[in-house]
Design a protein around this ligand. Structure first.
Ligand code: GLY
Length: 355
């Protein structure tokens, strides 16, 4: 393996995890970002939930995310050990619940699909559900997905930042990048569209943070009278309520969006109505035409510096970070992309991934 000089454009969880992996493999790395960790990573809840996030018709993406989820426990241990940071990694599992007959009909179709993936989705009777999560509304019914976990993305970003050098510089154009690197990795989320003409669009999401005395034991996701919601409890008493999915990019949280999130949250867990609302944050998921990430070599191949890309992770940036870092570091090392990444190269895109 020849040591490379690598510049990573973008200091979110994807760029930082690539940088750390490259540094661990002996490459010299610099991350460029005027405000690292302030984008989607700052807003994300950190669900490591490939089962809960598996949708019909996305088999290849689900396989990729399942593999990244398998890597998270070792990755979290190594990152915590290297940085000395605690990461909020919790493995109690996720409850998928619904309130009404229609909610449960919708969920049952999803559970059938999730079971077909071979993952354990355990039906709980109402006593078992209540025993696991006493604060759930008595009408709630659902399942436990033991393998869907959580981590705190803000803590992960802080840990990664302590391990890789970051230049607080904005990159207006890749051509003007002031670097002596022989490899540039574009990991700029939504800004990848402007920087490389990639078909990445901002999908706005608002998430609300509550804080109160009662403690949820699991991540809870599901539907409350048709409203989709997830609740992610942290060990310190914070509960994240997410998230809106909006095809716009003005950065404004709307009253209607917050109302719907809070209504669904308090319908499922009435006690949350007593919590303090401590933060509303809005960010932009980098969405792609097929919801899959874009990872690989950008055209023209053989350019100097070599140009790689890792963007478009949409709802899955935190979950996919360890495996993305591994795949990109393999490319930097001169190896091929791992096979599961073959459907996600820039060459599949309608724009061809060309600059
Ligand atoms: N991964 C959950 C979301 O994007 O809202």
């Amino acid at each position: 393996m020849i040591p490379r000089r690598v510049s990573v454009v973008g200091g979110g969880i994807i760029g930082l995890s690539i940088a750390w992996e490259c540094a661990r493999r002996g490459h010299e790395v610099t991350v460029y970002d005027p405000d690292p960790g302030s984008g989607a990573s700052h807003v994300a809840a950190g669900m490591l939930a490939p089962v809960g996030e598996s949708y019909f018709g996305e088999q290849e993406l689900t396989e990729l995310l399942l593999e990244s989820a398998r890597r998270w426990p070792a990755y979290a241990r190594e990152l915590a050990a290297a940085s000395g940071h605690e990461l909020g990694h919790r493995t109690e599992g996720t409850l998928q619940v619904g309130l009404t007959a229609d909610d449960l009909a919708q969920l049952r179709r999803l559970w059938t699909h999730q079971r077909e993936l071979g993952t354990p989705v355990v039906t709980l009777d109402s006593d078992q559900l209540r025993e696991r999560e006493p604060l759930l509304h008595p009408r709630a019914r659902g399942v436990l997905v033991e393998s869907d976990h959580q981590i705190d993305p803000r803590k992960v970003v802080a840990a990664l930042r302590s391990l890789v050098p970051v230049r607080r510089a904005a990159v207006a154009s890749l051509a003007d990048l002031d670097t002596a690197a022989d490899t540039v990795v574009l990991a700029a989320g939504c800004a990848s569209a402007e920087l490389a003409g990639l078909p990445v669009r901002p999908v706005q999401g608002t998430i609300v943070r509550l804080r109160g005395p009662v403690v949820l034991r699991h991540v809870i996701r599901g539907y409350a009278d048709g409203r989709a919601v997830y609740l992610v409890p942290r060990a310190d008493g914070e509960v994240l309520v997410g998230a809106t999915v909006e095809e716009r990019a003005d950065g404004h949280a709307t009253a209607g969006g917050i109302r719907d999130l809070l209504r669904a949250a308090t319908d499922l867990v009435p006690e949350l109505g007593e919590h303090a609302l401590v933060e509303v944050s809005t960010g932009h998921r980098p969405g792609t035409e097929d919801n899959g990430p874009i990872v690989g070599e950008l055209e023209p191949a053989g350019a100097s510096p070599r140009l790689l890309v890792a963007t478009g992770h949409y709802r899955h940036g935190v979950l996919a970070a360890p495996y993305t870092a591994h795949a990109v570091a393999d490319l930097v090392d001169g190896r091929a992309l791992p096979l599961l990444w073959a459907p996600f190269t820039p060459q599949r895109l309608s724009a061809g991934g060309a600059r």
